[in-house]
Design a protein. Structure first.
Length: 324
């Protein structure tokens, strides 16, 4: 059977696949354009793809033998899962292994944003540090403040757990209650508007879907405190980026730290010019160990599906009997 890997990934994933299948790697760090991807998948049984690959119905239609789409990511918004399910194609992902890395990076951004770390670095590098100044680059304290977690799944929970050191109050918004957060961290489940009104730091941990696209736009920024900070390590399109630029310009919120963008890698006009934003290049899961584990799970998911076994993590388990 043939497996196509759309782009360079940690070698551990490729090495796991090779003894089982004929493996073709697009040995590049560039995303393959749609037409080229279709040609590569013509006779593929499996594709190991990245969040930068759009796996559309047209791409799947060009791959008549395709049995599994293994996404090297936890988010699967780049894959038309409904269409794959109709076609009986398994869609798998890599949850769990990137929870800690992503939660750590969320805190990295939150702290760096609140304490002007990037601005301070630029001042020192550019020779503009003229000595200690009691009024220079004053930031915000975290201790005792309110943390608003939008989406209390694995990553949102890990972010909440890390807040204990700052004795923060935790509010969360989620469809389902999270008893662990409520019992251990005294977290309060609230409506989205209440979270936006009360939180000093709002952090997003939801998957991107039709329901969550532009969840935060002009009306939501209007509810937030002018002293509040926003952090997004989930998916860019959850925020209306143009509305965010306006909110930052008009002082509706104090600042934002983003790891993800609505039209990645492009930025909304005016975003990079704001000095109350911190911009990271989608690296929340980028640790050596985490990326190795993601590659390993992505490979194992393919091995399991093509061998008729249950994969480590499947998004549309209803197709499994049909794949067998
Ligand atoms: C994911 O896995 O969905 C992250 O965005 C990339 O690690």
């Amino acid at each position: 059977m043939k497996v196509f890997i759309t782009r360079n990934i940690p070698p551990i994933g490729i090495d796991l696949l090779k003894p089982h299948f004929e493996v073709e790697l697009h040995a590049s760090s560039e995303t393959l354009p749609g037409e080229a991807l279709k040609r590569k998948l013509k006779d593929a049984d499996a594709v190991l793809c990245l969040l930068t690959d759009a796996i559309t119905p047209a791409v799947m239609d060009a791959a008549p033998k395709l049995k599994v789409i293994s996404n090297h990511a936890v988010g699967v918004d780049n894959v038309d899962v409904a269409y794959a399910t109709r076609r009986g194609i398994a869609v798998t992902n890599t949850p769990g292994v990137l929870t800690d890395a992503t939660a750590d990076f969320t805190w990295t951004l939150l702290l760096a944003l609140a304490r002007n770390v990037a601005a301070g670095d630029a001042v020192v590098r550019n020779g503009r540090f003229h000595g200690w100044d009691p009024l220079f680059l004053l930031g915000a304290d975290l201790a005792g403040k309110t943390l608003g977690i939008v989406g209390a799944g694995r990553i949102g929970t890990a972010v909440a757990e890390r807040s204990a050191g700052w004795k923060m109050k935790i509010l969360y918004f989620d469809r389902a209650p999270n008893p662990h957060l409520e019992n251990t961290f005294h977290a309060r489940r609230v409506s989205f508007p209440v979270l936006l009104k009360e939180a000093d730091f709002v952090t997003i941990h939801l998957p991107l879907s039709a329901e969550t696209t532009h969840l935060l736009g002009e009306p939501e920024f209007a509810l937030m405190k002018p002293t509040a900070y926003l952090v997004n390590t989930a998916r860019g399109a959850i925020i209306d980026e143009a509305a965010l630029v306006r909110a930052l310009r008009e002082g509706k919120i104090a600042g934002a730290a983003l790891d993800v963008y609505e039209r990645e890698p492009a930025l909304a006009e005016g975003l990079a010019e704001r000095n109350n934003v911190l911009l990271a290049p989608h690296i929340a899961s980028a640790t050596v160990a985490t990326r190795n584990k993601m590659a390993e799970i992505a490979a194992r998911n393919i091995i399991h599906v093509l061998h008729g076994e249950t994969p480590v993590s499947i998004v549309n388990p209803e197709v499994l009997n049909r794949v067998k």
